[in-house]
Design a protein around this ligand. Structure first.
Ligand SMILES: [Fe+2]
Ligand SMILES: [Fe+2]
Length: 147
């Protein structure tokens, strides 16, 4: 395990926290698989699953930011872009992937995730806790507070 799921990672908006939990477990799963020398098919599947979940999560956050005219949306999207670029590089090089490339990518994702969630997503979470925000894409009754 690389990232410990802890209270400091909670942003206070349940749908986002739930999706972050999924991302953390996939990053940890990938880390464990590389460390334990899992076969390439297993590792590839985890990388693809992680890329899918990241894309879905970023789309969801963007829907929420757009629906609520979030003032810092453009900077937030620039930060998302850095992780998307990292994942794209990883996906483009899947045929020639080495353990070192994977370890470097996982370290980047770990650092990126922790920094982004504790700073930028926490600000977004605080904003979404205000009354009268639109919970775009969230099923009725599923939007709650986790802090
Ligand atoms: Fe974000
Ligand atoms: Fe996020």
């Amino acid at each position: 395990m690389l990232i410990t799921w802890q209270e400091s990672l909670l942003v206070g908006f349940e749908p986002i926290d739930r999706e972050h939990g999924v991302l953390v477990s996939l990053i940890n799963q990938l880390y464990d698989e590389v460390k334990e020398g899992a076969d390439r098919k297993t590792i590839d599947e985890t990388v693809f699953a992680l890329a899918d979940q990241v894309a879905a999560h970023f789309n969801h956050e963007d829907e929420l930011m757009r629906a609520n005219a979030y003032p810092d949306r453009s900077n937030h999207l620039l930060e998302h872009r850095k992780l998307i670029d990292q994942l794209d590089t990883l996906l483009d090089g899947m045929d020639l992937l080495t353990d070192q490339t994977l370890v470097d990518a996982i370290r980047f994702m770990d650092q990126w995730f922790t920094d982004h969630v504790i700073n930028s997503d926490a600000r977004l979470g605080g904003f979404l806790q205000k009354d009268a925000v639109s919970h775009a894409g969230v099923p009725a009754g599923a939007a709650g507070r986790t802090q």
